[in-house]
Design a protein. Structure first.
Length: 107
């Protein structure tokens, strides 16, 4: 079976061995650039560069970095709330100790 490759499944992945892109008859003339060359066709086929393949990984890394920053901010807020709670508890204990001392001195 000798079938031609499609855009999604080319016969070969080597752009040098692929046929150059030809202007379509269904498109109006002048809709694309006039000088469609073989190198231009090869360049357009190389749209999945390494940088593009790494974009999802970079986005995931940035997302995780943001989530870690949010989590650290929440941990810091929780530590602040706990510190304020302990400070109020210590102040109440100090007042109780003062009152007890005053009562002991008065009697």
């Amino acid at each position: 079976m000798n079938t031609a490759g499609t855009i999604d499944r080319p016969l070969t992945h080597d752009p040098q061995k692929q046929a150059p892109m030809k202007p379509s008859t269904s498109e109006p003339a002048g809709s694309a650039t006039e000088d469609v060359t073989t190198t231009g066709a090869n360049d357009s086929r190389q749209n999945r560069t390494r940088e593009m393949q790494l974009i999802p990984e970079a986005m995931a890394r940035a997302h995780m970095h943001e989530r870690l920053r949010e989590a650290e901010g929440q941990r810091q807020a929780m530590r602040l709330v706990a510190a304020r709670r302990m400070q109020r508890r210590a102040e109440r204990a100090s007042l109780r100790a003062r009152r007890a001392l005053a009562m002991a001195v008065m009697h």
